[in-house]
Design a protein around this ligand. Sequence first.
Ligand SMILES: *Cc1c(COP(=O)(O)O)cnc(C)c1O
Length: 820
Amino acid sequence: MFQEVNQRQIARITTGNLFSGNDEVLISQIAIDSRQILHPQKTVFVALRGAKADGADFIAQLAEAGVKTFLVHQDFEERAFPQACFIKVSDTRRALQLLAKYERSMFTNPVVSITGSNGKTIVKEWLGQILGQKYAVAKSPKSYNSQVGVPLSIFGMESYHQVAILEAGISRAGEMAALEEMIKPNLGIFTNLGTAHQEGFDSLDSKLQEKLSLFENSDLVIYCADHEQVSSQIEVLFPAEKRIGWSVRAGYEFTRSVKLKANGARLLLMKSDLSTHTFQVPFTDVASLENITHVIVAAMTLGQGAESIQEGIAHLKSVDMRLTLKPGINDSLLIDDTYNNDLAGLKVALDFMQQQRPKRRKILILSDLLQQGSPEKIYEEVTELIKKYQFDLLFGVGKEIIVLEKEFPESFRAFSSTEELLTNLDPESFANDMILITGARVFGFEEVVNRLQQRIHGTTLEINLNALTHNYNFYKKLLFPKTKVMVMVKAFAYGGGALEIANQIQTMGADYLGVAFSDEGVALRKQGIKLPIMVLNAMQESFGLCSKFDLEPVVFSSEFFESLAAWCTIHQQKMKIHLDMDTGMHRLGFEEKHLSELKNLIQANPQLEIASIYTHLVGADEEVHQEFSISQLKSFEEIKNQILQVLSYKPLIHALNSAGIVAFPEFQFDMVRLGIGLYGVEVTGKHEMALRAISTLKTTISQIKELNPGETIGYSRKGVLSSGGKIATLAIGYADGYDRRFSNGKGYVLINGHKAPIIGNVCMDMCMVDVSGMDVKAGDEAIIYGEKISLKELADQIGTIPYELLTNISTRVKRVYYLD
Ligand SMILES: *Cc1c(COP(=O)(O)O)cnc(C)c1O
């Protein structure tokens, strides 16, 4: 953080009331996460109230750990903590923003801010790298661009930074004002306008206007004038001397022409003073070309010479800059952060690691940080971070990182280059470890990841954990704050991978997990998942497992109740159970006619504690069944009231699944059961735009073939290209879960953004697509489904539902998890 402040100042900046604070305690760190505190004495902990949790719940524990300063809500009872200082405000999130605004106001070097619909993070990262050759750059970690992300990014700015690059993102009307007030950018970049997140806005125009308000106090705004709507708004809102437009047409500050070549493109930029500059860039796709043009124009505007910009571009690759969790060798978990190049990014990666389920050892492979500025200070901080996160083994690569050796004489191993590391790295020495691999671009740590990851065939299911959080919060917002959420992770978490998803859900603060069978619950427990787990279909043989692993079975009949009660009596155990009430599903469950028997059983068997009573709706997703759903809910209300009469305690009451939450929020009772919605499919169709796709199924092209007219493709000669053409063979088939019903043109995949229809029958491990006229080669990626191919559309195409497509993905397909 840029400027230290004392407790009294914090109170003044946030217009809060100070309780037992003074001028002496100097604060240099701000934390909103209780797990990320390095220097308790120097930290102010801001207790935010989120969908996940209330930060105030951690205060006792933090006060114990030595934190002295807390920003809390007005209603917090501070008297229990006489040793600490409390600053009380009406809204802690707002107070966090006011602190950020203050810190920003102390920073006198240029602040660049980027907003727009797509490309923000890429433009920020690339610009950061190019400027970083000459200047000490502070930039938002990952895509920290929200109401809380922006303040955290600002607190990452230090006195040695010469320029700051901050990303700003909004999802609904009215949010930009707070971001503007904090960031106060000197230079703005507007990337482009898309239709994403349209939900929160009246129209595209109002969204555009809101976004552009970020720059109302900026000196200059960079934009692409070829987007009609964008340029006409900017021309209305900003005077000519503030605008830096670039376009393929003449008449703007920069005119751009592009010449595509075999493995890149040449960009020619002509300035309005007629000076021209050419740049070789390693991309050919429209989006990357637009992004890099924004970056070049911004770097030139900030005074960087064309030659040094070109040098920076030569080091860029259109690499994956996501933080990714991958299966590693011998059951290890790899956290791949090979694009990371600064301290802020390292902190995000460490925090992500901390949230994963525990493994045998924690291992860090880290390169020099290559930041301009004050290296001693940076490595001091790295040292503190490593101490805090307690690694068992450290591999340092580079010339500077070696300074850590004296701090960690036992665990540090130094390598002067990546080659040297690779020569000495024995993959077999790792087993069941957590390995974080993080390094600056030039170190090429991809090779290290390659060496340590589990080898499998070319099909992967990528799961976006940020999208998962986004979807969770979408449903959370439809509920009262006190309503609990059970997340259904049955069937391998709808195909997404039960362990990692359950772990993420646990971090997000869900209350319960639901699985189909006991062994699913056992697997979760064995990997350290602590949430209560309800088992829909526990069998008689698994009562022992339920008891041993603290799993809570659903009881759906009197016979089941009796046998479980008897088991518990014999083994002198108590057990928590859930009662399933059949109000119309007619699958499992007690019906109304069983009620008096059930009540007797409950009274006679106190060793079974009723943790919850629930029912399940049969048609919450369809309006035609609305009346029936309501009758189910009404009858459930009666039934549960009757059961409550014989209980001296209060079990949880729940009825709604994903569709139910959207359709009947008035029946949320104590808890809801979230399934498909979390995984990105909004089955009622009412909020389709509000959810994000969480999974992308990808494979690669194994071979390309040219066919003559009339030649056939695949089994039973079903595929024919009557006038010949080109096909690609993909490494995915029905054994991977790619449904055979997609055969013969029913399905298609996306290759380089183009649709390629399935031709012939889908085989067991492969299928063929028509790529006639397309520029493709073996090794290219094919997207089976994801953000651009909706599951609903695919499911409709073969007469099924998204649930089936998701859960069919074979476990042999590698799951990879990332934060975007
Ligand atoms: C699977 C399941 C859910 C979740 O349903 P979605 O439609 O995926 O939200 C809820 N309750 C029960 C009993 C279930 O079996």
